[in-house]
Write a protein that binds this ligand. Sequence first.
Ligand SMILES: [Zn+2]
Length: 484
Amino acid sequence: MARRLTLGAVLLLLLAVGFVYLLSTPGQDPEIDTPPSPEQSQQPEQKKILPLPLPGQSNRDNEESEPSIQSISFIKQAIAKETEPATPLDTPAVDGVVESDAEPQILGDEMEAPSRPETTTLSYEIKNGDSLATIFKKHGLSANLLHRIVHSSDTAKKLTDIRPGEMLYLDLDEDQNFYGLRLQHSKIDSLEITAVEDGFKAAELSREVEVRTNHVSGTIENSFYIAAKEAGLSEQLIMKMAGIFGWDIDFALEIRSGDRFSVIFQEDYLDGEKLRDGTILAAEFVNKGRSYRALLYTDNTGRSDYYSPDGRSMRKAFLRAPVDFRRISSRFTRERYHPVLGKKRPHRGVDYAAKTGTPIKAAGDGKIIHRGKKGGYGKTVIIKHGQTYTTLYAHLSRYNKKARKGNKVKQGQVIGYVGKTGLATGPHLHYEFRVNGVHRNPLTVKLPAAKPIAKKYREDFKLKIQPLLSKLDLINRTLVADAE
Ligand SMILES: [Zn+2]
């Protein structure tokens, strides 16, 4: 038994020795004595990124001649770099400008990427009267550079449209060399310019906004404005809402205690924070027990408007009140003792008390047929709307320059300003509405409406407004339940 084991061990030993011998004889040890290859002997010098020329440096003329070997290698390197993800303002690059003091050399592919130069981002808030030229000058950047940026692309050209309040961020190194800029139009929109090896790259960027739907409702005690503010509606949404119902409800004069409102609207969010109010999708106003509902509908051509649930347009040919409701302090009675004439006489219009200078709007589209003094009316404007209607605005302090006799006016266009010319004790607008020459009460006259929803959109309209109507119903139920 022991003999067989010894024999096996000897055989194994012989095998192992033979194996080692075979390994060591034929080849060479790969680690020693390899002659150097030509590429490796020439260690590429780390090349610095070449910035744009400083203002005043004029290598502009020769830079457009044939590219040197050096610039070719540089382009190669830039192309290689493009595969890496890059954030626009962080990517250093050059403008194809190559200075000729360095030794020309061919660089191998394995060359290390050049280290990114330290840049600083300077922020500048654009002020009134600023131009890019003055801003560039202020930061030691040349007019030539600006010219080349602006003319590098159509997108870059938009850079010239700067507005006060916008922010401009300039990416410069410590030697004032330009690497890029960002013109921030708003929290959402910006224009970025990045210096690249053959010019400039321009991009318009827009951040994505998250749209959420919200709703607010409230009951009015004395002022819609106050109630809406308390309910959390912004000034902008209050005015939008008054605009939607402004043809049906006189917000200055007809609001009663107990009136209520609900509004479903969109809000734009950015990074989880509310950025601004969006569109009103649906709203309801209950005025003196009567409910008005408005629903936004957009047809397939992209036209949007507000309609009642039965498809009638919320817009009318005339505004109920020709003065912003927030500006009106009171309304006078229709028949009254005339304070100036000292006797009772019928009052043929509505008087809106407001401060001198309050803008007066044309109640509807039309043509100015009178502008001038008119007895007790003082300074007066009369607008003719088609064949049937005329509106009159009296006691004006002054006219709007554009509201000349014979001129066409659009609904809502300012035609003059509240005053107390003629027979008036205090500043107010005297407003008359005539149908075929007959005075009518502008507060109650039935006004011609804009076109209802087109027949071909009826089905689609009904389908789309259903969820909004259900939501309004739901809000109403909670509102009523809360009040009880
Ligand atoms: Zn009057």
